[in-house]
Design a protein around this ligand. Structure first.
Ligand SMILES: [Zn+2]
Length: 516
């Protein structure tokens, strides 16, 4: 007997249009059509779900987040919205009492929000816990703040040179000041990884919160072996309620391959390695995103090239030789140009090559995107969190930041994502920003109204377009043949998702089973 269920009495947004009713069998969509069509196709014993006027949409896809970092955010010191170095110090001290052993790790600080009016340094931390190494990531994840004990463990001293593609912050006397930028973060990585091993039990609360927000597929970036194994353990135990696609960090590609984690026999399961992630530049927040001319508010810099053109080309070759897709992080227009150089001759079948973020796309860069056509993985939520962007770029350049509608109208594949925990994990924050282009206070990185999307197109970024970016068109749509991953909304119209006072998600279903 088939396992069949139908939804009637409401409306279905399939990802590209509307239907009246939906029939699923054995975890897949059989009909999205009129109620009459669904009734005629229904087998005996079909279960019926009455929608009572509510709207069903495809399960949401977050095409770029960081599961291990979300686990570390949940377990480490939370420094989001700390207003002073002293307040950060209190939070660290509280956490250290509750977690008395091992290194102290955390994330979320932002020097622009500190009343101190300066960057924090290692001496600020040496007061709170002199004997334990401390590593704290900035909100963007591109800068770390460490204490003297951590610097000693990393072997960083006065004579240590800056690594290629990164920098070690120094005080006026040339001593390391505790700040590490871009590729220098890899020196701190072992401390943070040893402080907390990401495993199945630690991943489970994070995947549970994902399905509660309506996510049924996520792409986790810079995944490493413990994360992949933790997710597969959950899947084998029947406790992974969503599809996970993984982009392995270029530095752990060999280890992941040696462990057999890219094995094709695993390529039909819910946890699949499909790509390799590499960096071309940093972030606007740290002024490390690579521009073709200097920052307006820091004329001494145009950003940091984290990888050379030869390194980026090698990432593409290494990924494709293993049947994987390259995903290149590029935010500034110069970095996007370099990513396009590396992808220029890439003509492989799906999953498509991707540019992660692709934030600043002036007309010359857009023309090249038109020719090379990578998938662009965008974060509409950055419109709200980068509200200061015009100060960094000036009014002319900022016009081409997050130009989503222009890019869509040129026919590019834009997939929506959160980049959590570097921005809000909640996909509805990004969907609302894609429509409104401002935060609740009306602030925006680029408020140009023309670039706003209608709610259907905004949801499409997080559904159909997400499936295409992951090279799997059975994800993110409710057309016949697709996976029965769906969300029942609390209401009948997509426009109401713009109203923050209504919780959008009533139910989440994955592969035909209710998961939230
Ligand atoms: Zn990211």
């Amino acid at each position: 007997m088939v396992d069949a269920r139908r939804w009637i009495g409401g409306r279905i947004f399939t990802g590209s249009g509307y239907a009246e009713a939906l029939l699923i069998e054995d975890g897949h969509v059989v009909v999205a059509g009129t109620e009459e069509e669904v009734r005629r196709a229904s087998p005996t014993g079909v279960e019926t779900n009455q929608l009572a006027g509510r709207l069903v949409i495809p399960g949401l896809v977050d095409s770029h987040l960081h599961l291990s970092e979300l686990v570390r955010q949940r377990e480490g010191v939370a420094l989001e919205r700390a207003r002073s170095i002293a307040e950060a110090g209190e939070r660290i001290a509280d956490w250290a009492v509750r977690n008395p052993h091992g290194p102290i790790f955390g994330r979320g600080w932002n020097q622009d929000e500190l009343v101190d009016g300066r960057w924090p340094n290692r001496r600020d931390l040496d007061r709170s816990a002199p004997d334990r190494p401390i590593v704290l990531y900035r909100i963007c994840g591109h800068v770390a703040w460490a204490n003297s004990s951590a610097l000693a463990l990393m072997g960083i001293g006065r004579e240590t040179p800056d690594p290629p593609g990164g920098a070690i912050g120094r005080d006026s006397r040339g001593e390391p000041n505790g700040l590490l930028y871009e590729s220098a973060l890899s020196l701190a990585e072992p401390i943070v990884q040893n402080a907390l091993v990401v495993d199945a039990s630690r991943l489970e609360p994070t995947v549970q919160s994902a399905v509660q927000m309506g996510l049924t597929s996520v792409a986790s970036m810079r995944a490493d072996l413990p994360e992949i194994e933790g997710l597969r353990t959950l899947a084998r135990a029947g406790r992974l309620p969503l599809q996970v696609r993984l982009y392995v960090g270029i530095r752990c590609l060999d280890a992941v391959e040696r462990a057999g984690a890219i094995d094709v026999s695993l390529s039909s399961g819910p946890v699949r390695v499909i790509g390799v992630k590499a960096f071309a530049d940093g972030s606007f927040g740290g002024r490390t995103a690579l521009l073709d001319s200097p920052y307006l508010d820091a004329p001494e810099t145009s950003g940091i090239a984290v990888a050379s053109p030869a390194q980026l080309a090698e990432v593409v070759t290494r990924a494709r030789s293993r049947g994987l897709a390259p995903g290149i992080h590029a935010i500034g227009n110069r970095a996007i140009d370099r990513a396009l150089d590396a992808l220029e001759t890439d003509r492989s079948p799906p999953p498509p090559a991707r540019i992660e973020h692709a934030s600043l796309t002036p007309p010359t860069t857009m023309d090249r995107i038109d020719r090379i056509r990578p998938a662009l993985i965008v974060q509409p939520g950055f419109l709200a969190s980068d509200y200061w962007l015009e100060d960094r770029l000036g009014p002319e350049r900022v016009r081409w930041a997050y130009a989503f509608r222009t890019l869509l109208e040129k026919g590019h594949l834009l997939a929506g994502s959160s980049d959590a925990p570097f921005d809000s994990f909640d996909p509805w924050v990004g969907i609302r920003c894609a429509v409104r282009r401002t935060d609740d206070a009306g602030r925006s990185a680029n408020p140009i109204r023309f670039e706003g999307l209608d709610p259907e197109r905004a949801v499409a970024l997080y559904t159909v377009n997400g499936g295409r970016a992951l090279g799997d068109e059975s994800i993110g749509s409710l057309r016949a043949g697709a996976r029965a991953d769906l969300v029942v909304l609390n209401g009948g119209r997509l426009e109401q998702i713009l109203d923050r006072s209504v919780t959008p998600v009533a139910e989440t279903w994955s592969g035909g089973a209710r998961v939230a």
